[in-house]
Write a protein that binds this ligand. Structure first.
Ligand SMILES: [Zn+2]
Ligand SMILES: [Zn+2]
Length: 423
């Protein structure tokens, strides 16, 4: 098949672009079976069918095109946009993922020097940025499961590649979550296996720094994972508790306010131990964290998370107090001030939360009482104002006399509805 030229389309190829825009997968499938349809044909702007489908946010269509051999790294677009860039612009994380999984290069730049991640960030598609920045293909990891050069044994036993890849792909960097991921797999939760995984993480970190297109973000992530794995190994050497002690240490809050000091110190140390001192990212992180007193915002975890995943602010979504997973909904029924994924996460945290739960409950009640008082005050003032206004309009309206002032709006406090604690 000849190399496609821009805008040089057969009638069926013309039709394919129309069908893609309409989202008609069946018809697209039929057309792709035609002899005069090339899956990587180019429209007049140098866009491939895959670019169109990605930009339009049509996941099924992208899948179909990839199955038909669409080139995910085609770079003939007039501004040198790639399918991954279009996916990022569309804001569809599933499509972004699909492009990466199909082998899309992340460091290719468009005609003004922006990568796909930078373009997605520019238009505010932060979830796509997260997906791109954290992508590390299984194939890249599998490289270490084969003996290289003179090695007799591969650096990574292949049975560890799956579980390790799961840890690498996690966008939740909370160390508790990472330890949980290690814990859940008996193959990994073992000193020797952890040391091997850790070594591979360090090698990848080094590669990320030394490769031509340096990827500091991924390097930092790999280094961080290696620190967590190292910590797991050292706890496993010392204790027979399957990492429960480590989870506890990471969760334990100080008496004063429940702030997890050990976790904060561990994270700061991980960052500081990043072996490539010249890295801009390292300097940025240290600058943001160093002046912050332990217990204040931003925490090392939030700074690290923002740097690695692009996730800004932990405020706009509900995050589990124990493991940091997004979308936690179960509230502590006593203080109502902390949330968890489920009872397991609440249980894990209770040994330390119980020390501050009562105080938090009192604080909340105080705040509620205060705001109720404020509302009451406000409504009094309003009714005064109404009286004054009606007073000055006495000659106009007679029935104003009978107007009742807005009644006391307070009392949303439904103390009776507090359910029993789940712990
Ligand atoms: Zn949780
Ligand atoms: Zn509580």
């Amino acid at each position: 098949m000849s190399t496609p030229k821009k805008g040089n389309l057969s009638p069926s190829e013309d039709e394919l672009f129309v069908v893609i825009t309409a989202g008609n997968v069946q018809e697209a499938s039929r057309l792709l079976g035609c002899k005069d349809v090339r899956v990587n044909c180019l429209d007049e702007y140098g866009m491939t069918p895959l670019m169109h489908a990605a930009y339009k946010g049509k996941a099924d269509m992208c899948k179909l095109l990839l199955q038909h051999g669409a080139d995910v790294n085609c770079n003939e677009h007039e501004h040198r946009y790639t399918a991954l860039m279009f996916a990022g612009l569309s804001g569809k994380t599933d499509i972004t993922w699909m492009m990466l999984d199909a082998g899309a290069e992340t460091d290719v730049v468009n005609s003004v020097g922006r990568t796909a991640a930078q373009m997605a960030a520019f238009v505010g598609q932060h979830d796509c940025v997260t997906v791109i920045n954290n992508f590390f293909s299984r194939a890249r990891l599998d490289y270490y499961t084969k003996p290289q050069g003179l090695e007799k044994e591969p650096k990574l036993p292949s049975k560890l590649a799956g579980p390790l890849h799961k840890v690498i792909m996690s966008t939740n960097l909370n160390p508790v979550k990472m330890v949980m991921l290690v814990k859940e797999n008996p193959l990994v939760a073992e000193v020797e296996a952890l040391e091997k995984c850790r070594r591979v993480m360090e090698l990848i970190c080094e590669k990320c720094i030394k490769q031509q297109d340096m990827n500091e973000v991924l390097a930092m992530k790999m280094h961080y994972i290696s620190c967590v794995l190292g910590k797991c190994a050292s706890f496993l050497k010392d204790r027979e508790d399957k990492l429960d002690g480590l989870v506890k240490s990471l969760l334990k809050g100080r008496d004063r306010d429940g702030f997890p000091v050990y976790q904060e110190k561990f994270l700061r140390e991980c960052i500081r131990k990043f072996p490539y001192c010249d890295a801009t990212l390292l300097q940025q992180l240290v600058r943001s964290i160093a002046p912050v007193e332990i217990g204040n915002d931003p925490t090392a975890l939030s700074v690290l998370t923002q740097a690695i995943t692009g996730q800004v602010g932990f405020m706009d979504a509900e995050f589990c107090t124990s493991c940091g997973e997004k979308g936690a909904e179960k509230r502590c029924s006593l203080c109502k001030m902390v949330i968890y994924c489920d009872q397991a996460c609440q249980k894990m945290h209770w040994f330390t939360h119980k020390k501050v739960c009562k105080t938090l409950q009192e604080q909340r009640e105080e705040q509620e009482a205060e705001s109720a008082e404020m509302r009451l005050q406000q409504s009094r003032e309003e009714s005064e104002a109404v009286k004054e206004a009606t007073g000055s309009m006495r000659e106009l309206s007679v029935e104003a006399n009978g107007d009742a002032p807005p009644s006391d709006a307070s009392d949303p406090s439904d103390a009776s509805s507090i359910p029993a604690a789940d712990n």
